[in-house]
Design a protein around this ligand. Structure first.
Ligand SMILES: *Cc1c(COP(=O)(O)O)cnc(C)c1O
Length: 369
């Protein structure tokens, strides 16, 4: 059993992929080729954001909007502690200060109360932006977070690296916040065969700045530099891969969601299963349960040939690189507790029904013993 099965996915679309890739080899426009712009249009109609700016990685997709807003020294940017390092890293890299906020125990996403307390006590720094994370594929509570942002004049950058394809009511991830960043790292729900990312927004002026920043701050021609930018382009090969994967993405999301429903039904009495608040759907990048005896359970499952993963074994505020940054005054106890209890189960769209049942039985047995 695979934790992520990219090989079965490739087999399912092999001819189409090869055709697309040989098209790129043939025209030879490896950087900013036609596939990049075709993909941006497809992503825009998929998620409903009027502007989609592809870029080199999910990390670039977090850094570029902060640069475009001119965020830097003296600015406070609120981030959850229970996330992947890139969320806080992007803030520190532009010279601003990440301030760690706690998460909710049932959704794993940013806790609005913890955020409000952090904003109230941001001594000497300018409250400037927040980066809620849609952890494991579930959108954060944007109606509440956007309202807090409006009250305090904060930008909202959604870290949707794991949630592209998820929805909140009628709206898709990409149109739930002012600006949304996603990642096409191979193991994300929509992944390419290398690094890739995209930024989504309805703000055309912001999008123009992002397009300039991703090519060295370029102006109206190649050798005019309007601002200090970087090299943060998605390449044509990766765009070609994504165009083909996007065609099967909706059906893959449905399969993920069916597996999640089976897990939730069959595991409910044995472990704490993830909560999906009403009105939301998850992209199910991960299916993550909570078990107090996590390491023992994971070891048992491994003996049975069932792969699992721990996202994340340590909250960011305890990491050597980030422990000197400020924290919300009420503490980060949920982030700390979760890092000791979370366990992610296999949930890729190529799992067979038998494999799903093996995971269910294996986890039940491991919890009982
Ligand atoms: C994967 C991920 C990123 C970074 O994406 P890359 O494409 O690997 O740079 C950022 N934030 C979160 C929450 C992620 O899971």
């Amino acid at each position: 059993m695979q934790f992520v099965d990219l090989k079965s996915q490739r087999k399912a679309i092999e001819d189409e992929l090869n055709y697309r890739l040989s098209g790129v080899l043939e025209h030879g426009r490896f950087i900013m080729g036609p596939e990049v712009f075709e993909l941006e249009e497809e992503l825009s109609s998929f998620c409903g954001a009027s502007e989609v700016v592809t870029c080199g990685s999910g990390t670039d997709a977090l850094i570029l909007p902060l640069m475009a807003w001119g965020i830097g020294a003296g600015d406070a940017v609120y981030v959850p502690s229970f996330t992947f390092a890139a969320t806080a890293e992007a803030v520190a890299l532009v010279g601003a200060t990440p301030i760690f906020v706690d998460v909710l125990p049932d959704t794993f996403n940013m806790d609005p109360e913890s955020l409000t307390e952090a904003i109230r006590s941001t001594n000497g720094l300018r409250p400037t932006a927040m980066i809620p994370v849609d952890l494991f594929g579930l959108p954060a509570d944007y109606p509440t977070l956007n309202a807090i942002a409006a009250t305090h004049g904060l930008h909202v950058l959604a870290d949707a690296a794991q949630s592209f394809g998820a929805r909140a009511g009628e709206h898709s991830v990409g149109s739930l916040a002012e600006v949304t960043a996603t990642s096409f790292f191979p193991s994300k729900p929509l992944g390419c065969y290398g690094d890739g990312g995209a930024i989504m927004t309805d703000d055309t002026v912001h999008a123009e700045t992002l397009r300039s920043l991703r090519v060295h701050g370029q102006g109206s021609h190649k050798y005019e530099n309007l601002r200090v930018g970087t090299n943060a382009r998605l390449d044509s090969m990766q765009a070609a891969v994504l165009l083909e994967k996007l065609r099967i993405f909706r059906s893959e999301l449905e399969t993920r969601s069916k597996i999640a429903a089976t897990y939730s039904e069959d595991l409910g009495g044995h472990v704490t299963t993830p909560k999906v608040p009403s009105g939301l759907t998850s992209a199910w990048a991960q299916y993550t349960v909570r078990v107090p005896v996590r390491d023992r359970v994971a070891a048992r499952l491994q003996e049975e040939g069932i792969p699992t993963a721990v996202y994340y074994p340590m909250p960011l505020h305890l990491q050597p690189a980030y422990r000197s940054f400020p924290r919300t005054p009420s503490g980060l106890s949920i982030s700390e507790q979760l890092s000791g209890e979370v366990l992610s189960l296999p949930i890729h769209p190529y799992l067979t029904d038998e494999e799903v049942q093996r995971v269910v039985q294996g986890l039940r047995d491991a919890c009982a013993s």
